[in-house]
Design a protein around this ligand. Structure first.
Ligand code: GUN
Ligand code: FE
Length: 425
């Protein structure tokens, strides 16, 4: 029983079972067996008493955070060029930066910074966009593999409405996608490919249909963007007039869930019919409130998503989002929902702290399987949070300490599948 992937952490254990059920168990033992959660115990059961014990004393131990949507090549642009809306921002800031990833030396410099910062963050799983470039996307996957984190990574597809340096033709896009898949599919322990058409305006119908076939033949997941910005939605109407809406356009192109595990980022301006389609097809929504505020895209109706039992997680959406911290995105999700409630829709109550914590752990984690909780059988992804540098005079419950750590985060240790991740530079 003494393998490295089986051990016990002691501390204050906190995790979500559902959006409204937060479990807080003070001073208890979280047992990891071969990379999976065995359970949380008040006393160590006799069959586990030979396992290595790491005592984190009064620290909080929570599941690793999950970033359901981000763009690695845009990390170089974080905190820059925020004074625009989506379509101009893409043209003026984002596409020129992404073109640079044709150059592997530049990609290596930039992606090394991204991978190191993600490793040191509280995130343990992420679904990540690369660029159209096959080689630099493979390099990104190599670098992420060395972090020990669990990531899905996509070579982006774009064959229309894109600058020359980022525009593939359909055949090249397919060839590069297939050879990237062959090289990456079984190469890594914790990094897997995800098919990544950028969004409907930048891919022809034919390419989107080809990508759907690839997802089905190789049983691959898919990620893209949906209904982020009003001008984008009007543009999709022009490009695909036979659809009743943006989600229906993807659906007609056979790219909307329905056996393909799918993440759609944003979903700010959905109709009720689109929400129904998302529900029926079990599509995951990556809610990206920092991005939606920065690009003045709007405020997604997360309460409506929750009421309709849609599958929702959180995304940092770097560099439209300004932070790689899912804790900060939890805070932004709560703040945005409060503004929406006060200013627009009194029927949609703001998110609670419990719900935001759920979205950033088990909500997004479910896309990766049994991830984001400490229920038995879940992947052992955990972070240890030290809050003793936050000074306060009153006594606080575990739930209050969790809330404060979400707003003011401090991370001490991190595990993925029971492996300890280095937080050093
Ligand atoms: N829609 C298409 N591409 C992008 C992107 O890179 N970022 C965001 N926020 N939206 C997009
Ligand atoms: Fe995005």
């Amino acid at each position: 029983m003494k393998d490295e992937n089986s051990f016990i952490l002691k501390g204050n254990i906190i995790y979500s079972e559902s959006p409204t059920k937060l479990i807080c168990i003070p001073q208890s033992y979280l047992i990891c067996m071969e990379g999976k959660v065995e359970g949380v115990y008040q006393e160590i059961p006799s069959e586990f008493e030979n396992l290595l014990l790491k005592d984190h004393q009064d620290a909080l131990i929570i599941p690793g955070l999950v970033d359901l949507h981000t763009h690695a090549p845009q990390y170089a642009n974080r905190g820059l060029g925020m004074d625009q809306e989506l379509l101009h921002w893409l043209e003026q800031n984002t596409f020129p930066e992404e073109e640079k990833y044709a150059d592997l030396d530049y990609a290596k410099k930039a992606y090394s910074i991204f991978a190191a910062d993600l490793r040191k963050s509280a995130t343990t799983r992420a679904s990540i966009f690369g660029t159209i470039h096959k080689q630099s996307t493979l390099l990104l996957m190599d670098l992420l593999e060395t972090t020990g984190l669990g990531c899905m990574v996509g070579k982006v597809n774009m064959d229309r409405n894109s600058p020359a340096g980022l525009c593939e033709n359909r055949q090249q896009s397919m060839e590069d996608t297939l050879s990237w898949l062959m090289e990456s599919k079984s190469k890594y322990r914790r990094i897997t490919p995800v098919i990544t058409p950028r969004f409907l305006p930048s891919c022809t119908d034919e390419l989107l249909k080809d990508l759907s076939r690839i997802c089905r033949s190789y049983q691959l997941p898919l990620q893209s963007h949906l209904s982020e910005n009003l001008d984008e939605i009007d543009w999709v109407k022009e490009l695909f007039p036979k659809a009743i809406g943006y989600a229906d356009a993807y659906s007609q192109l056979d790219l909307f869930g329905n056996e393909i595990p799918t993440i759609m980022a944003h979903c700010v301006h959905l109709t009720n019919e689109e929400m129904d389609l998302i529900y029926e097809n079990r599509v995951f929504i990556a809610h990206c409130p920092t991005s939606n505020t920065n690009l003045s895209s709007g405020i997604a109706p997360v309460r409506a998503f929750m009421d309709k039992e849609l599958l929702v997680g959180l995304g940092t959406d770097i560099a439209a989002g300004n932070t790689l911290s899912i804790f900060q995105v939890m805070v932004a999700a709560i703040q945005a929902s409060k503004l929406r409630w006060r200013l627009k829709d009194q029927d949609l109550k703001p998110l609670t702290i419990k719900e935001a914590f759920y979205l950033g752990t088990k909500g997004g984690g479910s896309f990766f399987g049994k991830v984001g909780s400490f229920e038995k059988g879940y992947e052992f992804d955990a972070i240890v949070l030290e809050d003793n540098s936050i000074k306060y005079p009153q006594s606080l419950s575990l739930e209050e300490r969790l809330e404060r750590v979400i707003y003011l985060s401090h991370i001490k240790d991190k595990y993925v599948n029971g492996n300890c991740i280095s937080l050093l530079d």
